[in-house]
Ligand binder design. Structure first.
Ligand code: ADP
Ligand code: ASP
Ligand code: MG
Length: 813
C-alpha cells in the first residue's frame, strides 16, 4: 500500500484538484492507495476566524461563511459537468448548512469551546476530501471516501489531540484489509475521541493523518504532495536561493521541521520512522521534479543539510546563586512548565549552573512566568533566585545536519556570519549529537540571518552584496558604469552578485529591494521619489539586507553625518568624502570604533590619492607591526598640475585658470591653493599612522599672499593673482636658480604634520612627478634606508571610482 497526502494548495482550486487527479491516474499503484487531503488553502484559517468572531458577537462571521461557501460551490461548478452538478451542489450545501447552524449557535451562546472549534475546523477537510473522491469517481476511478474520524481515535485534547495508537492501528488495519476500492480518499487533520466528538491533530496535522495510516498499514512509502519541490535548504519564501534537498535522514527532517520548516508537520516523522517507511516530498505543480526522500542516513554533499527558523519566541531565564550545586532546580522548572502545557523549544544552561534559559512560544509567556514564579516563590522571597526574566520579540534559527560533527569550525562559520552582519545572538544551543546548532536572535533579523547562513553553508561560491549609493555625479556615475562593465566578471570570477538597492542624488532617490538594473539606472533614478535624506537614511537599516554597503560619492557634511548610524547597524561605509575622517579626532575615532564593534567595514582609500593604494599600504604596514616615522607626499593633483605648468615666462593666473577650466581644481581654486585639501589628506594619513592629531595642529606654510586668500570672490581672487605676479615669479626664480622645481609637499614626522611649497632638486623623487600624479614616501622602521613609494594618477573620476570599487569588494573579503 502507498499513502499520499495532498496539502492545502494542492487542493486549493478546481484546477489544482484536477492536477491531483491526473497525478493519481498515472500513479504506479501497488495495492490500495490511501489519499489524504487537507482543507482547501486558507480554509482552516477562515473557519477559525469565523467561529472566533461569532463568539465575540460579531455578525461578520456570516460574511466569512459566505466566502467559504462561495469557494466550495464554485469549485464544484468548475470541477463537474452541469449534469452532475445539482446533486453534488446540494450535498456540499448540506454540509455548509450544518456549519452555518454551528456558527449561529456559537454566535447565540457568545462562546466557542475548544471542542466546538475542532468541529468547526473539520468542515475544511471534510469538504475538500469529499470533492476529490467524487472527481476521481467521475473520472472513472474505483475510488471511495472514508471519514478519518471512524479510524483515528484520540484523547480529549481538542486542538492538538493525542492519538490512541492501539485502537487507531486496529481500526485502520481492519478497514484497509477488507477494502474493495482501489483509491480511498480521507480527510486529514480530523479524528474523534471516545465519545465520537470531532478532535483535530494540531495545525498542519494532515501530514500526521497520512503518517498514522502509513505506519498502521506498513505502507511502502508515504508521499507528501505540496507546493514546493521538496524539503529545501531553507524556506524558499524567505531565502529565494534555497534548493531542494535530494535526501535527508529522519532525524534531520525532524529537527528542521521542529525548528520551523513548515513543509512537514513535526509529529509526522516518528510513526513512519519507527517502521522505516520512506517519506517522499513532492510538488503537485511540478510532478517531474524528484523532490526529497526522507530515509535513513545517506551521502550528503554539504556538512549542513538545511536551515530553518521560527518566529514568536520568548526566552525565560531562571537565575540566582541559590541554584549552584543544588539538584532539582531544572526538574522543578520543567515540571512547572509542563503543568501549564508550555512547549519548550530550546534549552541552554550556563556551565556554572548559575542560570538556565529556555525558549518557548511567545503565546505561552505569561502563563509560564506565573507558573515558574509561583513554583519558586519561597526561593525568590529568600532572594536565592531572581524572579523569572522574560524576553520577547525573538526568533530561533537552526542549522541542521548529521554531517556537522565530522567538520571543524561549523559554529565558527555560523556565528562569524551572524557577527559580520551585526546580528546579535541572545542564546545558543548545540545538541551533544551536533545535529543541530540553534541561535536565538531578534525577530527583525530572521530574514537576514537565514540568508547569510544560507550563503555561508550552501553558496560558498557566491556572495550577494547590497549597495546603497549616495551621489551619482562624476565619480558616482563612473562607479556605476564600472560596476555594470564588471558585472559578469564579478559573478564568474569572484562569485559576487553586486546589487544596487538604492540610488540618490541631491534631487531624487530610488529604492528597489530586488536590485536596480545597472543598464537603466539613470531613468530609474529620474523616475524616483523626491530626495529626502532622512527618509533615505532610515530606510537602509530598515531593509536589513545582508552584506549591506553604503557608498558616499558626495562631498556633503550631512551625508557624512549618517555614517555612525549605518555602522551601528552593521552596514559598511565606503566613502571618497573626506569630511568624516578629517573632522575632529573624536568623531573619526568613533567611526573606527563603531566599525570594529559592529563588524562593519569603514573604508576610505579614495580620501588620499584617489584610487592609489595609499591608505591600504599604510594600514598593512601598521597592522604588521611596522612604525611610521615620516611621510612625505605630493597629494594634490591640482597643485601638481599648477606647478608643473608654471614655467619661466608663464603667468601664474593663467596656469590656475587653465587648471580650473580642466576641472582639476575645486570651483573656488583657493581650497586647493590654500593647502586646505592637502592638510586634510595628511591629517588622515597621520591618524592612520596612529597619531592623535587635529586640523589645527597642522602647520600650513601658505605660498598664497593674504590679498589672494582674502579676496571677496573668485574673480577678485584671480585679479589678485595678477597683482601678486611678482611674488609668484620670485618663487619660481628662486627654485630655478638652484636647478630645482616647485612642489606642494605634505609632511608628517613623529607626530607632527605640515604642508607647504618646497623646491626639490633633480635627485629628489618628487622632481619628476608629472601631470596630476601623486606620490607618497613612507619612511618606517622597516623601510628606513629607502622609503616605500606609492606613485601614480592621484585625481580624476575614473581612478577615484575604481578605488571605491575596490573598497566595496574589500568589504566582503
Ligand atoms: P501544505 O498545505 O501542502 O501542507 P504547507 O504550507 O504546510 O503546505 O507547507 C509548504 C510550505 O512550507 C512551502 O510553501 C514553504 O513556503 C514552507 N517551507 C518552510 N520551510 C521550508 C523548507 N525548508 N522547505 C520547503 N518548504 C518550506
Ligand atoms: N487544514 C489544516 C491546517 O490548515 C491541516 C493541514 O493543512 O495540514 O492546519
Ligand atoms: Mg502542511
Amino acid at each position: 500500500m502507498q499513502v499520499l497526502k495532498f496539502g492545502g494548495t494542492s487542493v486549493g482550486s478546481a484546477k489544482a484538484i484536477s492536477q491531483v487527479c491526473d497525478i493519481l491516474a498515472s500513479y504506479k499503484r501497488k495495492g490500495v492507495l490511501a489519499v489524504v487531503a487537507s482543507a482547501m488553502s486558507g480554509t482552516t484559517d477562515k473557519l477559525i476566524r469565523c467561529g472566533q468572531i461569532a463568539a465575540e458577537g460579531n455578525e461578520h462571521y456570516r460574511d466569512i461563511l459566505r466566502d467559504i461557501e462561495q469557494l466550495h460551490l464554485d469549485t464544484v461548478r468548475q470541477l463537474f459537468p452541469i449534469t452532475a452538478q445539482s446533486s453534488l451542489l446540494s450535498q456540499v450545501k448540506k454540509q455548509l448548512n450544518q456549519l452555518e447552524a454551528l456558527c449561529d449557535g456559537i454566535f447565540q451562546v457568545g462562546e466557542m469551546s475548544n471542542r466546538c472549534r475542532d468541529k468547526v475546523m473539520s468542515y475544511g477537510e471534510l469538504l475538500s476530501s469529499w470533492m476529490l473522491a467524487e472527481k476521481l469517481r467521475l473520472n472513472g476511478q474505483n475510488a471511495a471516501w472514508k471519514d478519518s474520524r471512524d479510524l483515528i481515535l484520540t484523547d480529549n485534547q481538542f486542538g492538538s489531540a493525542l492519538v490512541n495508537f492501539e485502537a487507531t492501528d486496529h481500526n485502520i488495519t481492519g478497514f484497509f484489509h477488507q477494502q474493495q476500492a482501489e483509491i480511498v480518499v480521507l480527510p486529514g487533520f480530523i479524528a474523534s475521541n471516545a465519545d465520537r466528538d470531532t478532535t483535530t491533530l494540531g495545525r498542519g496535522g494532515s501530514d500526521y493523518t497520512a503518517a498514522i495510516i502509513a505506519a498502521a498499514t506498513d505502507a511502502s512509502v508515504l508521499e507528501i504532495w505540496t507546493d514546493v519541490s521538496g524539503m529545501m535548504t531553507a524556506d524558499p519564501r524567505i531565502v529565494p536561493q534555497a534548493i531542494a534537498i535530494p535526501r535527508i535522514s529522519y532525524e534531520e527532517a525532524m529537527e528542521l521541521s521542529h525548528f520551523g520548516a513548515k513543509v512537514i508537520y513535526p509529529p509526522t516523522i516518528q510513526p513512519v520512522m519507527n517502521r522505516r517507511i520512506p517519506i517522499l516530498i513532492k510538488n503537485t505543480f511540478d510532478p517531474e521534479a524528484s523532490g526529497t526522500l526522507i530515509q535513513d542516513n545517506g551521502e550528503k554533499p554539504y556538512p549542513v543539510t538545511g536551515i530553518s527558523g521560527i518566529r514568536g519566541i520568548a526566552l525565560l531565564t531562571l537565575e540566582g546563586s541559590g541554584m549552584v550545586g543544588i539538584p532539582g532546580f531544572s526538574r522543578r522548572l520543567f515540571d512547572a512548565l509542563l503543568q501549564e502545557k508550555v512547549n519548550v523549544i530550546l534549552i541552554t544552561q550556563s556551565s556554572s549552573e548559575h542560570s538556565i534559559t529556555v525558549g518557548i512560544n511567545e503565546s505561552d509567556m505569561l502563563k509560564a512566568k506565573a507558573a515558574v514564579d509561583s513554583e519558586f516563590s519561597q526561593e525568590i522571597y529568600d532572594k536565592r533566585i531572581e524572579p523569572l526574566t522574560v524576553e520577547k520579540d525573538l526568533c530561533i534559527v537552526a542549522v541542521v545536519g548529521d554531517n556537522m560533527k565530522n567538520h571543524h569550525g561549523m559554529s565558527g562559520r555560523l556565528f562569524g556570519a551572524l557577527g559580520r552582519n551585526a546580528i546579535n545572538v541572545r542564546a545558543i544551543a548545540q545538541g551533544s549529537t551536533e545535529k543541530n546548532i540553534s541561535a536565538v536572535i531578534g525577530k527583525n533579523d530572521l530574514r537576514k540571518a537565514l540568508n547569510v547562513i544560507h550563503e555561508v553553508f550552501f553558496e560558498s561560491d557566491t556572495r550577494q552584496l547590497n549597495i546603497f549609493v549616495a551621489g551619482t555625479g562624476n565619480v558616482g556615475g563612473k562607479l556605476l558604469e564600472q560596476l555594470q562593465q564588471q558585472e559578469a566578471y564579478l559573478r564568474s570570477e569572484l562569485g559576487l552578485q553586486v546589487r544596487i538597492i538604492a540610488l540618490a542624488n541631491s534631487r531624487k532617490m530610488h529604492f528597489s529591494e530586488s536590485g536596480i538594473p545597472l543598464a537603466g539606472w539613470k531613468d530609474a533614478l529620474e523616475q524616483g521619489e523626491a530626495m529626502d535624506l532622512a527618509a533615505f537614511a532610515a530606510r537602509i537599516p530598515q531593509m536589513n539586507l545582508r552584506n549591506s554597503v553604503f557608498v558616499d560619492n558626495t562631498a556633503s557634511d550631512a551625508v557624512a553625518a549618517l555614517y555612525p548610524n549605518f555602522l551601528q547597524h552593521g552596514i559598511s561605509v565606503v566613502t571618497c568624502n573626506k569630511i568624516a575622517c578629517s573632522s575632529e579626532y573624536a568623531a573619526y575615532k568613533k567611526l573606527k570604533d563603531l566599525a570594529r564593534k559592529y563588524n562593519a567595514s569603514f573604508l576610505f582609500e579614495t580620501n588620499v590619492g584617489a584610487g592609489l593604494p595609499v591608505i591600504n599600504t599604510l594600514n598593512d604596514l601598521v597592522r604588521s607591526g611596522d612604525k611610521v616615522q615620516t611621510i612625505e607626499a605630493v597629494l594634490s593633483g591640482s597643485l601638481n598640475f599648477v606647478f608643473n605648468n608654471f614655467v619661466n615666462g608663464s603667468s601664474f593666473r593663467q596656469v590656475v585658470k587653465a587648471a580650473q577650466d580642466e576641472g582639476y581644481t575645486e570651483p573656488d581654486p583657493r581650497i586647493d591653493l590654500s593647502g586646505k585639501d592637502v592638510m586634510r589628506k595628511i591629517l588622515i594619513l597621520a591618524r592612520e599612522s596612529g597619531a592623535v592629531l587635529e586640523m589645527d595642529d597642522i602647520e600650513n606654510h601658505s605660498f598664497l599672499p593674504d590679498a589672494c586668500l582674502n579676496a571677496p570672490d573668485v574673480p577678485a581672487f584671480f585679479e589678485q593673482l595678477d597683482v601678486c605676479a611678482a611674488h609668484f615669479g620670485q618663487l619660481l626664480k628662486n627654485a630655478a636658480d638652484k636647478g630645482e622645481r616647485l612642489k606642494f609637499v605634505a609632511r608628517y614626522h613623529m607626530g607632527k604634520a605640515s604642508v607647504g611649497l618646497q623646491s626639490v632638486g633633480p635627485q629628489h623623487p618628487f622632481y619628476q612627478l608629472e601631470g596630476k600624479d601623486n606620490i607618497v614616501l613612507f619612511t618606517t622602521h622597516r623601510y628606513a634606508a629607502q622609503p616605500l613609494i606609492v606613485k601614480g594618477a592621484g585625481a580624476g573620476a575614473d581612478v577615484t571610482a575604481s578605488g571605491i570599487f575596490a573598497d566595496i569588494i574589500r568589504t566582503v573579503r
